[in-house]
Design a protein around this ligand. Sequence first.
Ligand code: SF4
Length: 630
Amino acid sequence: MALNRRIAYVDLSAGSVEVRDVPLELRRKYLGGRGMDAYLLYNHVEPGTDPLGPDNALVLSAGLLSGTPAPAGARCQISAKSPLTGLLGSANMGGFFGPELRYAGFDHIVIQGRAEKPVYLWVHNGSVEIRDADHLWGGDAVQTQTRLREELGDPDVKVACIGVAGENQVRFACVRTGIKNAAGRTGMGAVMGSKNLKAVAVRGTLPIRLADPEGALGYLEELVDYIQSSKYAEIMGKWGTLFIFDVTNSTGLIRTRNFQSNQMPHSEDLECEAMDRYTMGMAACFGCTMHCRHKYVLPEGRFRGQYGEGPEYTSQGAFGTEVGAASMLGVLEANQLVNLHGLDTLEVGSMIGWAMELHEKGLLPAELVGDLDLRWGNLDAVIRLIDDIAHRRGLGDVLAEGPKGAIERLGPETAYYNIHVKGMSNLHSDERPTPSLALNIATSTRGADHLRSRPAIDLYHLPPKVLERIYGKPGLSDDYRVYEGKPWMVVWQERLYALVDALGVCKFQSVFLSPNMPKAEEYARVLRLVTGLEFTPEELMEIGERVTTLERLFNLREGATRADDDLPERYFTEPTPEGLPAVRGKCIDRDRFEAMLDEYYDLHGWDREGRPTPETLARLGLDAEPTRLV
Ligand code: SF4
């Protein structure tokens, strides 16, 4: 059964493991993945907990459709209180780890305490063991996986682990699995490092029985055909997310040299076609027919001969426009190092871009810069800084603290130049001309974030009739520059994304980058055929709302207020200097932004401070939380 996977509580201080069942009531309210993570975190992390202390809980959760024939049921969620933001920590990764966790008999692992010395978890067909990892400490994120497969004598073992950045508790260290998959954001790798937990290795052979095998296979074949018939699937299968660069840069929607421009000229060597020189074909995560990641061997340079996968659009920005460099080889090299050390690509690029601008403006102390040449476009400095961040050396040690901690160390005059929300850096996108996307990054539950509520299709000028069919509301404008109607689009996407994260399916196979992808209607049917759980599409969207609201409650409990749902000051004060006439000269209007925020709160049933009203909590069944049902 897809519903009989269990939850393991691991106490690393006590060296104990306890296994429990997941009550069906919780499944119906939260499904799995990000939904159950929100519940478990709210129930097992006390307010005010030190994110890097033993009382923080690290929660790994496979989605409820992970490991089943649902399209791209590959995803796994990792959550904890974030050492980067002090609020919700939450990151999602693809690959094969989530499905394998389910084959090993578990949907969730809640890890608390701190081991006295390095350990790893061995999760295998219903059992969880805590094992010594002294010999793995200091290993990079790829080596560690290889060594564990050798040690466990099974090439099919899947591993989620940290590199040296996690060991050194860099506040944006990530958890990695496979060659390129990462639970990248909010510093989950630092939490693992703080617990002396190097890795979680999983292997399982327990079958997941489908509720209606014949019906499921029939419908899923139809659904995969529908996904594959989209032009977008074809583009993703050829270029991966690299194609987005060509669109955003030519329009003028890309953050360049930190925040000094919104377009990068002479950037042919960053465009998706530049990857033709390196790619050997495409790879995919579990159950995915879209296969969006390039496979390559670096032909020259620092990592000559090393195999890699990716890179994503995030790396084109992080090691391209953000730092003023236009070299695909440079992107691949930086990407390789970030992957080996186990760092969040996006946070690294943003922090280095910020340091470069501070240096340009004379705001970095000379003794911290030393002999680093921080001029724009210097990829040698970028590579050295990545290494210094991971090992916490010099300026790298300051940047390793993330936006809030680094500003504290460098002084308040540096704050204006850092592009973060709630302490998490933004993607290298420039949302000044796009109010919907600006609202999205201001309100996401984990900080500036393009993956929690972004109505990316707002950029496509879709006819109002099409928008009405997708968003279920008439009168939505096809103009991405207007403010009216956008809060609803953000709220709708927020619910859909929370839903797919709870199901454990890939967001690229939902209405994210294409309007022609599955929504709650399709996933309601998949869920019934695979698990036997019956939901209407509206009920599924309400689960998305419940998950987001519980995440909101977590942040409020940690002291977040309306003031945290804001944009960096530069969005309001510096008009975009470049781009198409439609986007040039734009900044966000403060009054209209506040009006959007009011409407966004109203649509949720929150008060003007962003707190859910008692009626909203009762409607969503959250009024008694924490309930500690498991
Ligand atoms: S679309 Fe890409 S990220 Fe998503 S499951 Fe497929 S290969 Fe993985």
